[in-house]
Write a protein that binds this ligand. Structure first.
Ligand SMILES: [Zn+2]
Length: 258
């Protein structure tokens, strides 16, 4: 049976181009060419990840590999530069198909997380905390106020988080936990509910991300941090530090519970 190639609409092209960030996901070359004084020229093709009409050689390679429900669906196509597209189809290999599926899955996850940014509210106290974080000078010789146990972070992050991500969170916790905790205490004295509302907002977003990615705590952590950064237009690093604080502060992140 021969599959029919779909003609993708302008809006679908916008999605496919947009998710790449403007570069071919395989060779990183730009896929839209702009010249001063002329209109941008499209430099990509819509490639089927799982082949639309597999050649006999491809059929052999694909034996036993699951066929997507809809080969023409956006989930099975990706924008590639013409030379990567030709190479992918010609030297078709299962390892490359799996890699492209992974890249595409990353694009879809990223898009889905971005679309949720506006849906979830954040208390304005978060601006104040992020600004404060951005001004702290870390003094590693004076960690005298450090009265929490980093082992609890390990315990909480036992499953589904990479050693690198754990290290980042622990480093932030060591350097900033006490300062942020004290700052939040001061905010609580002004308005005892504001910080609790903020905590529950962050928890809600955390749970929403975890619902989509129950086995990937790295992704969940980074989506929460990115959400705070994009939403507030503040430093992503300060947002990561704040997110790490909430991981240490177990009321928000109960990350070891599954
Ligand atoms: Zn390419």
């Amino acid at each position: 049976m021969t599959g029919k190639r779909d003609k993708y609409t302008d809006n679908q092209h916008s999605i496919l181009y947009g998710e790449t960030g403007g570069i071919c996901p395989l060779c990183t070359q730009p896929i839209l060419f702009t010249k001063p004084g002329s209109k941008p020229v499209k430099g990509y093709e819509v490639a089927h990840i799982y082949p639309l009409n597999a050649t006999p050689a491809q059929v052999k390679i694909l034996a036993g590999y699951p066929v997507p429900a809809d080969i023409n669906a956006l989930e099975n196509v990706i924008a590639l530069c013409p030379s990567c597209h030709t190479k992918y189809d010609k030297d078709f290999q299962l390892a490359e198909l799996i890699m492209l599926q992974k890249i595409k899955e990353g694009f879809l996850n990223e898009a889905q997380a971005k679309l949720t940014v506006s849906k979830y509210a954040l208390q304005e106290e978060v601006y104040d905390i992020l600004d404060a974080i951005a001004t702290y000078e870390v003094d590693r010789d004076d960690l005298s106020g450090l009265n929490f146990d980093l082992a609890t972070v390990d315990e909480k992050l036992k499953h589904g988080m990479s050693p690198l991500q754990k290290r980042e969170i622990k480093t932030h916790a060591v350097d900033y936990y006490v300062r942020i905790r004290d700052h939040i205490k001061r905010l609580e004295q002004q308005d005892q509910y504001a910080v609790r509302v903020l905590q529950s907002q962050i928890k809600t977003y955390y749970l929403a991300m975890q619902q989509h990615h129950p086995d990937n705590k790295d992704l969940v952590f980074n989506y929460v941090a990115k959400w705070i950064g994009v939403k507030t237009n503040k430093s992503l690093l300060a947002s990561k530090i704040l997110t790490s604080f909430f991981v240490q502060n177990c009321e928000v992140f109960d990350v070891g519970s599954n």
